[in-house]
Design a protein around this ligand. Structure first.
Ligand code: NAD
Length: 388
């Protein structure tokens, strides 16, 4: 891949800056800006990441975010920011309906782009984003941060080197409970025009990406079922608003090569806060991982002595484990925010190499195709082929 950025130096002379414009400054804005500030402190990167401009719609809130998150500047004029020569990377941390337009404008302005998930509202939009990235020859990525939990990365390594043999089954759930009460206010996450779907696009998107990452399998066909339990909620002004997205969404999957899988996401599972769990079963063993115990990987292998067999819990915080050595001595654990630092660090590294950063927009498109096929299947009541 080609980049117009100046040739970096990792030793001796000061690293060249990679100036970032971040659009959106709430939940993900907080997570991303923390990563922008931490990446160079813990990773040896070819560029110095500079939190240059935070972009939003309201000047007062932008200024508050600028101060809190440590950006050099704030702006409410995205077009003016994109027109600047000194901005190298645009970070999209806004609701789903804005991803395509912001990313397309940024690519047109010759910027690299990191975009939040799900990549787009539809396969059609996602295809345009893939084409624009290829045309612009810019580096692009999607913030599927869970790939870069050390334990998840280790699981991928184990599966890729054949520890489990051929993968037969994937069972994945992403369970939350914050919409269980009808009193929880309406937000953009309940509005199909803004988010495309509910728990499905929000949470199943992560499970789909994680499955592709861990197993290397491609989804062939899906069959889904969805439900919305609370059809109206009051917005911040007390006005009743329609909820036109799913509260819960489950689907079955068939993969190329014969593996099968089950996927469930919900925001109405009382007691479950951010229960993102995936289990992969192969011919020779299994692994299981749960974000709520994110530094641990459960591993079972038939090739261990029979009388000692059972799931073992591997604490993935030794220097030999992915990313762990960049932080603290063995066993000094990591948390949610570190996954964003890892994602950014790998992205910045990829700028200076022939490495393809994953997940890129093609991966985002693949996720979108599964999401869309599953939505079509809930409407038709039939299995749906996945088409990128
Ligand atoms: N990777 C993850 O684990 C993860 C977690 C949460 C959310 N997300 C994704 O991140 C994105 C943002 O979610 P969030 O939780 O930060 O939402 P949020 O509501 O907390 O923040 C959205 C931000 O975007 C701004 N915004 C809204 N419309 C805009 C526009 N048209 N132009 C400029 N700014 C605009 C808002 O003012 C706010 O600052 C979503 O796509 C969501 O799916 C990803």
């Amino acid at each position: 891949m080609v980049t117009s950025l100046p040739k970096p130096t990792t030793t001796g002379a000061r690293r060249r800056p990679l100036r970032v414009a971040m659009v959106g400054h709430a939940f993900m804005g907080r997570a991303h800006s923390n990563a922008l500030r931490q990446a160079n402190r813990f990773f040896d990167l070819p560029y110095e990441v500079v939190a240059q401009v935070v972009v939003g719609r309201d000047a007062a809130r932008v200024e508050a975010a600028r101060k809190k998150f440590g950006f050099e500047e704030g702006s409410t004029d995205l077009a003016a920011v994109l027109a600047r020569d000194d901005i190298d990377l645009v970070d999209v941390a806004t609701p789903n309906d804005t991803h395509a337009s912001i990313a397309l404008a940024a690519l047109k302005a010759n910027k690299h782009v990191m975009c939040e998930k799900p990549l787009a509202l539809s396969v059609v939009e996602a295809r345009k984003m893939v084409a624009a990235a290829a045309k612009a020859k810019r580096h692009v990525g999607v913030w599927h941060n869970y790939r870069r939990c050390p334990a998840a990365s280790l699981a991928q390594r184990m599966i890729a080197r054949g520890d489990l043999g051929a993968v037969r089954q994937v069972r994945a759930v992403y369970l939350q409970d914050w919409l269980s009460s009808a009193e929880t206010p309406w937000s953009w996450r309940n509005d199909k025009a803004v988010c495309g779907s509910g728990a499905h696009g929000d949470l199943n998107a992560h499970l789909i990406d994680m499955t592709r990452f861990l197993t290397g399998l491609e989804f062939e066909a899906v069959c889904g079922v969805e439900q919305t339990y609370t059809k109206k909620r009051k917005d911040g002004d007390g006005k009743p608003r329609l909820v036109d997205v799913d509260d819960a969404f489950a689907f079955l999957a068939r993969f190329a090569g014969g593996a099968i899988g089950t996927f469930e996401s919900t925001r109405v599972a009382p007691g479950r806060k951010n229960h993102n769990r995936i289990e992969v079963s192969g011919e020779k063993g299994s692994i299981a991982w749960n974000l709520e115990r994110m530094n641990e990987l459960e591993v079972f292998r038939f090739d261990e002595p029979r009388d000692g067999q059972g799931f073992r819990t591997v604490m993935c915080m030794d220097g030999v484990h992915p990313y762990a050595a960049n932080w603290w001595p063995d066993g000094h654990i990591l948390g949610y925010e570190h996954t964003f630092v890892h994602t950014l660090a790998d992205f910045v590294r990829s700028l200076d190499s022939a490495l393809r950063f994953r997940p890129d927009f093609e991966d985002g498109l693949a996720v979108q195709a599964v999401l869309e096929a599953a939505q079509k299947s809930t409407a038709s009541g039939r299995w749906q082929t996945v088409k990128n």
